[in-house]
Write a protein that binds this ligand. Structure first.
Ligand SMILES: *[C@@H]1O[C@H](CO)[C@@H](O)[C@H](O)[C@H]1NC(C)=O
Ligand SMILES: *[C@@H]1O[C@H](CO)[C@@H](O)[C@H](O)[C@H]1NC(C)=O
Length: 535
């Protein structure tokens, strides 16, 4: 598919997202990283709504729109093309013509700074998040992080000096960084985990990137990367190791989906900073054609991320959903990219689109009557249980064994496939082969459930997350929902599902080895989902 040609509407500054935000509360700084599994612990009392913090503004003020037509070709040697916002949601901002000198990002505009979003919704100092007022203050961006100047001020700083001005080769000391850049402004605190990197950061980035380019993904071409290529990603606050997780999924994902992408880390950013640190006649500036700037601390200032689901990606996702810029199969090009890289058969990759065809005819291809089998291929139900008994945080042993027995009985009786998956014993290709054909993914709250981003969305695709009763977190719940899978939070013999979800809570026992689960509750959910009774 060819991306839609640039319309007037695209050429006008479009400020999207967060325009209807009301109260902004935040869990700012309430995070601790769990070194072993990458899960986050938010400290709240059971049943208590998120607290409001005094230091967080309660009102998100939407900036005004600038009606400006962009020039197609810019000549940075003789002018300073103005910075435009293509899209914005807290923590996710797409700029054209963004500048950087000496570590400061510059918005060059004849419009006042007050007509742009407040910089705390755009960026931060990139420090790790801690739960102290000092740290919250230390993460607030200053003019050293982002500044607003007029084209005239830019010319005075980086234009030809007075002595050069008369020379025939007078030029601006602006140097172009060509193409599309994503700056991930976060420290390694949340980068070096499979969940946070692939299922949160890239999920949000992809929602924003596809949305801002208004890319539609028809099922027929869901395997094509129709969004403009991202040329480089920059991690200004982390080193080479900082964005890599221990099992190696992050680098696998990145290279599989974006084989041509260039990665710059803190030392590379430092080079760019140093090269532009001089003043006077050696002052220089980098001009970036297009930048998507992402910032975790800024995303947490948004009400959806900060007060509701605590997923940075949610800000980008809803900003684009609201203006109808995310089609049903928006994640599919990424998912198919990685599955193709992993050698997963095309037929398996296409389960979702095949099931959609059957659904249009009101046929459930998982429970076909014999006479329907000639019309539609039967789809196999594949249940995958992520077994965590070998690692910290797991089920009571007897409950685990009973669950496995019940799952086996259910699968034997109905001809379903059952996979008992211990991630640590399988190669990446083996894991991806299993999850790509999985209909029902099941397991105790933990990083293994991140694999849900590789499942085909279908009307019965399901994630069942087992929590210590009373405990709940949105990590996999929101992510599953955003990708079109139904999620169930099971508390032993009861469960919760959207829209009636419990408050986020980490009671005593949440991280323990005595998590109870009543197997028949789980198998009942599975049966009801397959039968189409739980939509
Ligand atoms: C560049 O940044 C450093 C550190 O913030 C500062 O000391 C220096 O004066 C800056 N250079 C210019 C030309 O502003
Ligand atoms: C879990 O549910 C079962 C079935 O209702 C019950 O017998 C068992 O006591 C429950 N376990 C816990 C720890 O509540």
């Amino acid at each position: 598919m060819i991306p839609r040609s640039r319309t007037m509407r695209d050429a006008i500054l479009v400020l999207v997202g967060a325009l209807s935000m009301h109260v902004v509360t935040s869990f700012f700084g309430m995070f601790q990283t769990d070194m072993y599994s990458g899960d986050i612990i938010v400290h709240t009392e059971v049943g208590q709504p998120p607290q409001q913090h005094e230091d967080i503004p309660t009102q998100y003020t939407p900036p005004k729109k600038h009606e400006t037509v962009l020039k197609t070709a810019v000549d940075i040697t003789h002018e300073f093309p103005e910075t435009y916002l293509d899209a914005h949601a807290p923590g996710w901002t797409v700029f054209r013509n963004l500048y950087m000198a000496n570590g400061t990002l510059y918005v060059v505009s004849s419009h006042p700074a007050s007509s742009f979003p407040d910089i705390q919704y755009i960026t931060s100092t990139g420090l790790s998040a801690e739960n102290t007022p000092e740290n919250i203050a230390a993460r607030l961006p200053t003019a050293k992080d982002m500044s607003f100047i007029t084209p005239e001020q830019a010319r005075r700083r980086w234009g030809p000096t007075r002595s050069q001005a008369k020379s025939p080769d007078a030029r601006n000391r602006a140097f172009n960084v060509k193409g599309n850049t994503i700056i991930f402004n976060d420290p390694d605190q949340f980068l070096n985990h499979y969940y946070h990197f692939c299922a949160e950061l890239w999920l949000g980035a992809w929602a924003m990137w596809q949305g801002v380019h208004n890319i539609e993904v028809p099922p027929s071409s869901a395997s094509e990367m129709t969004a403009p290529a991202v040329d480089r990603i920059i991690f200004p606050h982390t080193d080479l190791q900082g964005w890599r997780d221990r099992p190696g999924f992050n680098s696998y994902f990145l290279r599989a989906v974006f084989p041509s992408i260039t990665v710059e880390v803190d030392m590379d950013w430092r080079d760019r900073v140093d090269a532009t640190s001089a003043g006077g006649e050696h002052a220089r500036v980098w001009h970036f054609d297009k930048v998507m700037l992402t910032d975790r601390s800024a995303a947490f200032k948004g009400s959806i991320c900060g007060a509701q689901v605590h997923r940075t990606a949610a800000e980008a996702f809803y900003a684009m959903r609201q203006i109808n810029r995310l089609s049903k199969w928006w994640w599919e090009p990424v998912r198919r990219g990685i599955l193709t890289f992993a050698g997963v058969e095309q037929k398996i990759q296409e389960i979702g689109t095949r099931v959609e065809e059957a659904e249009k005819e009101k046929v459930n291809p998982y429970t076909l009557a014999a006479e329907e089998e000639s019309k539609f291929p039967r789809e196999k139900v594949v249940i995958t249980y992520v077994d965590r008994q070998g690692v910290r945080r797991h089920l009571i042993d007897e409950d685990h064994e009973y669950l496995v027995r019940e799952l086996k009985a259910l699968c034997d009786a109905n001809g379903y496939e059952l996979n008992l998956m211990r991630g640590e014993t399988l190669s990446k290709e083996e894991q991806l082969a299993i999850v790509s054909r999985t209909t029902i993914l099941l397991g105790v709250h933990g990083n293994g459930l991140t694999h849900l981003i590789m499942m085909s969305p279908t009307p019965i695709s399901t994630v069942i997350e087992l929590f210590f009763p009373g405990g709940f977190a949105h990590d996999y719940e929101w992510t599953a929902r955003a990708l079109g899978h139904k999620h169930f939070a099971v508390w032993n013999d009861t469960y919760h599902t959207h829209p009636t979800l419990p408050w986020v809570a980490y009671p005593e026992g949440f991280q323990g080895t005595q998590i109870p689960v009543y197997a028949p509750t789980v198998t009942q959910i599975i049966q009801d989902r397959i039968a189409g009774k739980l939509r």
